[in-house]
Ligand binder design. Structure first.
Ligand SMILES: CC(C)(COP(=O)(O)OP(=O)(O)OC[C@H]1O[C@@H](n2cnc3c(N)ncnc32)[C@H](O)[C@@H]1OP(=O)(O)O)[C@@H](O)C(=O)NCCC(=O)NCCS
Length: 198
């Protein structure tokens, strides 16, 4: 027996999400500068399937996020990761990066998660904190069974984030992606709803 089809009023993630240090919210058109600040950097995108982005490409990605927000049966949740604490008076809340959740296989209640941060914010545990909150909402609000993530085998920080999230390495793929002129080897990680610690 197959799991039921997605209802017309499809479940969605209740936003914004809050963690001790972060606010995870929808992107807005005003985020373009902060998004371009990281998506244009080669050190950020070296292991990704996109980038480094031109300003036009960053604008197009924000427009795609805004379009996704209007979908009734939304499959892509690209969310802004914002630091809650304002360090100086008059300083805006800082947009550090993004977490993306993609419903890759609704019939089998499976989504894929990814994350990217500006290097100014690396090494402080923000990616794990943000991804954990999105995964909790995805399991709870969307009723998912399984969340997967993949990374280039050389991307040690990303693999470590997956491990800190309690994900298990399920596979090591050889030359599975052709990115920026080269074949890449990847790891696949996954976690099930019953394994996820809220
Ligand atoms: C991957 C990324 C989001 C991690 O963000 P972050 O906020 O620094 O991640 P966290 O601080 O939560 O955790 C990083 C972990 O990796 C470890 N790490 C970082 N660089 C490492 C390296 N070169 N070798 C081994 N471990 C490394 C850190 O020590 C930390 O583990 P710890 O908490 O046990 O000490 C960030 O590096 C990034 O934006 N990279 C570019 C985009 C990207 O590659 N995204 C992933 C796509 S699959």
């Amino acid at each position: 027996m197959r799991l039921g089809k997605r209802a017309a009023a499809a479940p969605s993630i209740a936003l914004p999400l809050e963690t001790p240090r972060l606010l995870i919210r929808e992107f807005t058109a005003g985020d373009i500068e902060a998004v371009h600040a990281y998506s244009s950097l080669p050190e950020v995108t070296q292991f990704l399937i996109w980038g480094p982005n031109s300003l036009e490409q960053s604008k197009q990605s924000i427009l795609a996020f805004l379009d996704d927000q209007k979908e009734k049966q939304r499959n892509n949740f690209d969310l802004a990761v914002v630091l809650k604490q304002v360090r100086k008076r008059g300083e805006k809340r800082r947009l550090a990066g993004a977490v993306g959740l993609k419903l890759v296989d609704w019939d089998n209640r499976t989504a894929e998660i990814g994350y990217v941060l500006h290097p100014d914010y690396w090494g402080a545990g923000y990616a794990a904190e943000a991804a954990h909150a999105v995964m909790a909402a995805a399991f709870h609000d969307l009723g998912l069974q399984r969340i997967v993530a993949s990374c280039d085998q050389r991307n040690k920080a990303s693999a470590r984030v997956m491990e800190k999230l309690g994900m298990r390495r399920e596979g090591a793929f050889r030359r599975s992606k052709y990115i920026q002129g080269a074949w890449r080897d990847e790891y696949l990680y996954a976690i099930l709803a019953e394994e996820f610690a809220l």
